[in-house]
Ligand binder design. Structure first.
Ligand code: CA
Length: 221
């Protein structure tokens, strides 16, 4: 899943970027309000972490413009410590949750998981399909209770398919959400990844819709 991080403090931005990558997300970082608005308005992100104090355009205005344009991406805002008015304004502007600075990275990750789950209508951090269970908190995948070792790319791919279960996901969309902007990949990268995954989790869970993409069906035996 791709996450947009909007934060003009370079050190904080780099820390968040690293933590999210380590947690299996594909991350884009921008430090300017105008560019943030444009990215969030034109690209599909699974979630956005948005600082409110930004150069160019402030975070609240960015958020209001996304919402006014029917952009429903879950947004976690970063607010100044103790500023209740920022929190209230942020929630009113359409933020899904807020996190006061300074914060622990673990809490940011938990809140991010929670707003993504809520927007997808899932109540639990464990995604299940047939004999497969994926615990997003522990980044752990099991098949009939037995742990399966996945590479970071394999993990991102199966998380994305499970989150969008019942829908055919195109190769292009998978590339966008599994690979970072700077990560090189071949034209058949997704095919190769799916092949490797099937060897580890069984051949039937991920279905191929030739010419359209891949699908984890709603009902799995
Ligand atoms: Ca700031």
């Amino acid at each position: 899943m791709r996450v947009l991080v909007v934060e003009d403090d370079r050190r904080i931005a780099a820390d968040i970027g690293r933590a999210l990558q380590a947690a299996g997300y594909v991350v884009d970082v921008v430090g300017d309000g105008e560019e943030a608005w444009f990215r969030g308005d034109t690209e599909d992100y699974g979630a956005i972490v948005l600082d409110l104090g930004l150069p160019g355009m402030d975070g609240l205005s960015v958020l209001k413009r996304w919402r006014a344009n029917a952009r429903r991406t879950p947004v976690l805002i970063l607010t100044a410590r103790g500023s209740w008015s920022e929190r209230v304004e942020g929630i009113d502007a359409g933020a899904d949750d807020y996190l006061p600075k300074p914060f622990r990275m673990e809490e940011l990750l938990a809140r991010l998981r929670s707003i993504v789950r809520r927007s997808a209508g899932h109540a639990s951090s464990v995604l299940e399909a047939g004999a497969l269970a994926l615990d997003e908190r522990q980044m752990k995948v099991t098949l009939r209770g037995v742990p399966v070792a996945l590479s970071p790319l394999e993990y991102r791919l199966i998380v994305y398919l499970l989150r969008h279960r019942g829908r055919v996901v195109s190769q292009h969309e998978l590339i966008e959400n599994v690979y970072g902007q700077d990560e090189a990949h071949d034209s058949n990268a997704v095919e190769v990844l799916v092949g490797r995954l099937r060897k580890k989790i069984g051949p039937d869970l991920i279905e191929t819709r030739r010419g359209f993409g891949y699908l984890v069906p709603e009902a799995v035996a």
